[in-house]
Ligand binder design. Structure first.
Ligand code: 4AD
Ligand code: MG
Length: 432
């Protein structure tokens, strides 16, 4: 039997006989020739079977194949007669590993409910395949970027004793005899403890928001990357976010051309992203939005419609800075000229894809932090460990967190965040 090779490496085998193991993505046949589109995980290849070149038994096997059957195909690799750089397999033998029952997802259009109910099968479709590959590139590019900037990757807990982003979106659970515990909304507070050991750290893991929102931008479980840096002030925080986003985009454009093409993404929209990104304050954003007819006022967070309105004005990624303290988290550092504002930044995606990153310089003064926590009636006892970070060698520091699925939605240009994660958890769905 010939060597088993992956489709992604097929061009190295031109003229040679190889074995491909995978699934039948599609098939069309006439009496004399059959075209089998095979997916092996690493890519897609067309296998061409000519009745005249095959044993009768093999031709009969080919006619038994159903869509999504698992198969092994042996054949010689040749360049497509009309498409340069596209390789095909001239079939010499076919073996069925397991014949598939009629596949529920047909070639016609299906509604979202049906597709989500069959998510475990839907993931095999070409578009879903492309999305997961781009997601993978974003994850790897993030690790590469931080290694290049001398960070270390650390892991923060999923079960926590206290909330990071306010108590309104917390998942609660009973923790043995110790009372209530919560699922993490962000690893940030733990990273703030770790910077005193390692300087620059990041985590990357699942976080949970018991959010009753049913929008195309919200998931209940999603993956967050939090980064935290000792001795970084607000400006340094902005600059590193720009570098990170640009290096992720460059990497996707380099590695995932094929996938972006499958998704029909307008690449020029990504190609044009370069630092420095535009920046406005929250007050400026409010003024612009009011002029455009939004009902937003000072001290109010942006709504989905506001995000779209801003995307009409600003074509690239946009930082919104200097947020009203009232509507931002307790740990953010006040602006020295006006304590009503904090040194926070939200990075908004272009094209109306919404907030990609939330970040801020952190309050490093023990007394100011404590007084803010008291103002918010936070359970101080549960946060003693966090306050310790300001007792034992506090330093100016900053950090930020991105929502992986938000980045994937923007970069792939798809309509809804639910397609960016293999098994989405949403308000009305956690099956399959
Ligand atoms: O803005 P957020 O809430 O910030 C934090 O949690 C900080 N502790 C991060 C930090 O400074 N280390 O969340 C960060 C990002 C948002 O910008 C958004 O991209 C994403 O997480 N996000 C969501 N993604 C999907 N579904 C949701 N329900 C999301 N909520 C936030
Ligand atoms: Mg935010």
């Amino acid at each position: 039997m010939s060597e088993h090779v992956l489709v992604c490496n097929i061009k190295d085998y031109a003229g040679k006989s190889v074995l491909i193991k995978g699934w039948v993505h599609n098939q069309r046949s006439s009496g004399k020739i059959s075209f089998i589109q095979v997916r092996d995980g690493s890519g897609y290849i067309q296998a061409v079977a000519n009745r005249g070149d095959l044993k009768e038994e093999c031709w009969n096997t080919i006619n038994e194949i159903t869509r999504e059957s698992s198969i092994m195909i042996e054949g010689s690799v040749s360049e497509h007669p009309k498409k340069k750089g596209v390789f095909e397999l001239q079939v010499s033998d076919v073996m069925i590993i397991a014949k598939s029952e009629p596949f529920p997802i047909e070639k016609k259009e299906h509604g979202p409910d049906f597709l989500l109910q069959n998510r475990h099968l839907w993931l095999r479709s070409k578009k879903q395949w492309a999305i997961q590959r781009i997601r993978n590139t974003i994850i790897c590019a993030t690790y590469d970027f931080f290694m290049g900037e001398n960070f270390i990757k650390v892991d923060t807990p999923i079960i926590t004793a206290s909330s990071c982003e306010g108590t309104t979106t917390l998942f609660e659970l009973e923790y043995f005899d110790l009372g209530k515990a919560y699922l993490s909304q962000s690893g940030q507070l733990y990273l703030e403890a770790l910077i005193s050991a390692h300087g620059k750290v990041f985590d990357f893991g699942p976080v949970f928001r018991a959010e009753k929102s049913k929008t195309r931008k919200h998931l209940v479980e999603f993956w967050m990357m939090d980064a935290e840096m000792a001795f970084y002030e607000h400006e340094d925080n902005i600059a590193i976010q720009e570098r990170l986003v640009c290096s992720i985009i460059r990497q996707v454009l380099k590695i995932n051309q094929k996938e972006l093409e499958i998704l029909g993404r307008d690449i020029s929209k990504l190609d044009s992203i370069s630092p420095p990104f535009e920046r406005i304050t929250h007050s400026e954003a409010v003024k612009i939005l009011q002029k455009k007819g939004s009902g937003i006022t000072e001290d109010v967070d942006l709504g989905a419609n506001d995000e779209s309105l801003l995307a009409d004005v600003f074509k690239g990624p946009l930082f919104i800075e200097r947020w009203p303290a009232k509507i931002k988290a307790f740990y953010m550092k006040r602006c020295p000229d006006d304590y009503n504002y904090v040194k926070a930044s939200d990075l908004m995606a272009p094209e109306g894809f919404g907030e990609l990153i939330g970040g801020s310089q952190r309050e490093d003064d023990y007394d100011l932090l404590l007084s803010r926590m008291k103002e918010e009636n936070m359970p101080i006892d549960d946060f003693q460990w966090y306050l310790d970070t300001r007792r034992y060698g506090s330093v100016p520091h900053s950090g930020f967190g991105y929502g992986l699925e938000r980045l994937v939605t923007w970069i792939t240009g798809i309509e809804h965040i639910r397609e960016t994660i293999p098994f989405p958890r949403m308000l009305y769905r956690f099956y399959p």
